[in-house]
Design a protein around this ligand. Structure first.
Ligand code: HPA
Length: 268
């Protein structure tokens, strides 16, 4: 794939954006688009340097619009390591967003619950993560104008955004769980033994995205809020499969609550 220059792509998109917040919609969470007033839509294929998302449940376009009275840029569909993209390719949009002046990013994903209370259709605020991919988008020469060589990861998920998510959920009757998300490379799902290992490691939800984007966003100095739509529950002692159709259906169930939280925070 030809490497494009993040700066020229950002300049190109800034003319139609003016947003301060970016939102990434995960697998099956395209349904959240309904909450967004869309002014403009650009297919990833028409944006220099953007890979084209190929996964079921992903749309593959950038939306410019409004949510909660604020201008937002929305990735409807994201890129995954399992599609064959490098960690740098997966996170290209984040660097473009940063150069467009975006300081806050809201991330959603579909994930398997590893704790009994994380049942299909529930939503989990990500308070920390484990990178089990063996990859990192920051490997290679560091662009010091973008961020530091060794970014601090003591608080990758913005404590004040987390507090706002908690209080909005509480005031709205949304049962927002909390926990640690682990990113695995995929695309094969975890075995029962791997699931047990993830639980022992301290993970509460498992998925195939997000951590690469969060590392890049932290490097760029963005405030990050991330919420998982729990689409299946993985109990290693009674292990059931999670077909993609079920993952998408359960993401649809959790999507509206996540959209309400994102909107509630933007409304202030
Ligand atoms: N494992 C990995 N990724 C996932 C899962 C899972 O159980 N559910 C949704 N995405």
């Amino acid at each position: 794939m030809t490497m494009h220059d993040e700066r020229s792509t950002a300049r190109h998109l800034s003319s139609i954006a003016g947003a301060k917040t970016a939102i990434i919609l995960g697998t099956g969470l395209g349904i959240m688009e309904e909450a967004i007033t869309v002014a403009e839509s650009v297919d990833y294929g028409d944006i220099p340097g953007f890979p084209v998302s190929s996964v079921a449940g992903h749309q593959g376009r950038l939306l410019f619009g409004e949510l909660g009275g604020q201008r937002v840029v929305v990735m409807s569909g994201r890129f995954h390591l399992y599609e064959g993209y490098s960690a740098r390719e997966v996170t290209y949009p984040i660097r473009v967003f940063s150069l467009m002046g975006i300081r806050t990013i809201f991330i959603s994903n579909a994930a398997g619950g590893l704790r009994p209370d994380l049942t299909p259709g529930s939503a989990m605020l990500i308070t920390d993560h484990i990178n089990l991919t063996g990859r990192n988008p920051l490997i290679g020469p560091n662009d010091d104008t973008m961020g530091p060589r060794f970014p601090d990861m003591t608080r990758p998920y913005c404590p004040s955004l987390n507090d706002r998510a908690r209080s909005f959920a509480q005031g709205s009757g949304i049962d927002l769980k909390e926990g640690v998300y682990v990113q695995v490379p995929g695309p094969s799902m975890e075995t029962a033994a791997e699931t047990r290992m993830l639980q022992i490691m301290g993970a509460h939800a498992v998925g195939m995205s997000t951590v690469m984007e969060v590392i890049q966003a932290v490097h760029c100095g963005m405030d990050v809020l991330a919420i998982s739509a729990i689409t299946n529950n993985n109990d290693p002692d009674r292990y059931l499969g999670a077909p993609i159709e079920e993952v998408i259906a359960m993401a649809h169930k959790a999507g509206p609550a996540i959209a309400r939280i994102f909107r509630g925070i933007l409304e202030g």
